[in-house]
Design a protein around this ligand. Structure first.
Ligand SMILES: Cc1cc2nc3c(=O)[nH]c(=O)nc-3n(C[C@H](O)[C@H](O)[C@H](O)COP(=O)(O)OP(=O)(O)OC[C@H]3O[C@@H](n4cnc5c(N)ncnc54)[C@H](O)[C@@H]3O)c2cc1C
Length: 256
């Protein structure tokens, strides 16, 4: 019986991983923007893989603010909460609040249930770059990287890669630095996140969600890091709207 359990796990994981070696979309970072984008693109019938270096996908949603596990969502994004089936309570004409654990769990469930393959404990350490386009990602198990083990990674081809890595826009920063590419930003480089300004940050998170190089899109806090916009604190509507917009843009590109 012990061996049969092991066989089932090895075969299931191998099949899941192999089905993603050549996929439509790789989402790097299972935060709210990445998970919602993955759910929409997978629901449209596309092959989607999501990687998060942590054990629990969900990014910064779980902890609410300073571990007070409630999040605030503005009216513009309430329809997304309702689509996710997340219960919420009216705060005033501008906001509702919701349980951050319920939101994180719903986002993960929706992405997986739509058909996206979520790989936790896997870090994206590099991109595949062939001259004029980002063409995929290079992955390794987080414990290998944490222990500084000398182990080669695996590579995975993707028509589109989404950087949903949050603060620091880690993937775009690495691609720009290593490939020496000029990003599609006003300065041609990473512009860096600005201090707290909730209204502006929320608005710009959505506007900044776009392509930054052929084959590479940004969402969520990574989008603000790349395009030099403000942070906004524990209001999550912008992250959800960003994920929705990323999916729309990526599906337009995949449909071409
Ligand atoms: C110090 C700090 C400050 C914060 N300040 C704000 C703020 O001002 N405004 C705000 O709205 N929220 C803030 N948050 C909360 C949170 O980051 C965001 O609100 C929200 O969760 C961002 O969503 P996101 O979609 O950009 O991705 P995130 O929730 O940030 O998730 C990104 C995910 O990417 C994963 N990841 C990163 N790099 C890699 C990689 N190379 N390979 C694989 N996985 C990777 C991470 O493990 C994480 O799960 C803050 C969090 C922290 C820790």
């Amino acid at each position: 019986m012990e061996v049969d359990i092991s066989k089932a796990i090895v075969r299931g994981y191998a099949a899941k991983l192999e089905s993603c070696l050549d996929c439509d979309l790789v989402v790097v970072g299972a935060g709210p923007s990445g998970l919602l984008c993955a759910a929409h693109v997978a629901r449209a019938g596309r092959n989607v893989a999501v990687f998060d270096r942590k054990l629990a996908p969900g990014g910064g949603v779980w902890g609410g603010a300073m571990l007070f596990n409630e999040v605030v969502i503005q009216q513009a994004a309430v329809a997304i909460l309702e689509e996710l089936g997340v219960r919420h309570t009216r705060v005033d004409d501008r906001f509702v609040r919701a349980d951050s654990v319920e939101l994180a769990a719903s986002l993960i469930y929706r992405a997986v249930h739509a058909g996206a393959k979520v790989f936790n404990g896997v870090s994206v350490e590099d991109v595949i770059f062939k001259g004029d386009r980002i063409g995929g990602v290079v992955i390794n198990y987080t414990p290998i990287l944490l222990n500084n083990l000398h182990v080669d990674p695996l590579s995975m081809r993707a028509k589109v890669v989404l950087d949903g890595t949050g603060h620091g826009a880690e993937l775009t920063a690495r691609a720009a630095q290593k490939a020496g590419i000029r990003l599609e930003t006003p300065t041609g480089g990473l512009m860096g996140e600005k201090p707290m300004w909730a209204e502006m940050g929320e608005k710009m998170t959505v506007e900044n969600t776009r392509r930054v190089y052929p084959g590479l899109y940004v969402s969520g806090m990574a989008a603000n890091g790349v395009f030099g916009s403000a942070r906004m604190g524990p209001i999550f509507g912008g992250m959800l709207l960003s994920g929705q917009r990323a999916a729309k843009l990526i599906l337009e590109e995949l449909g071409r």
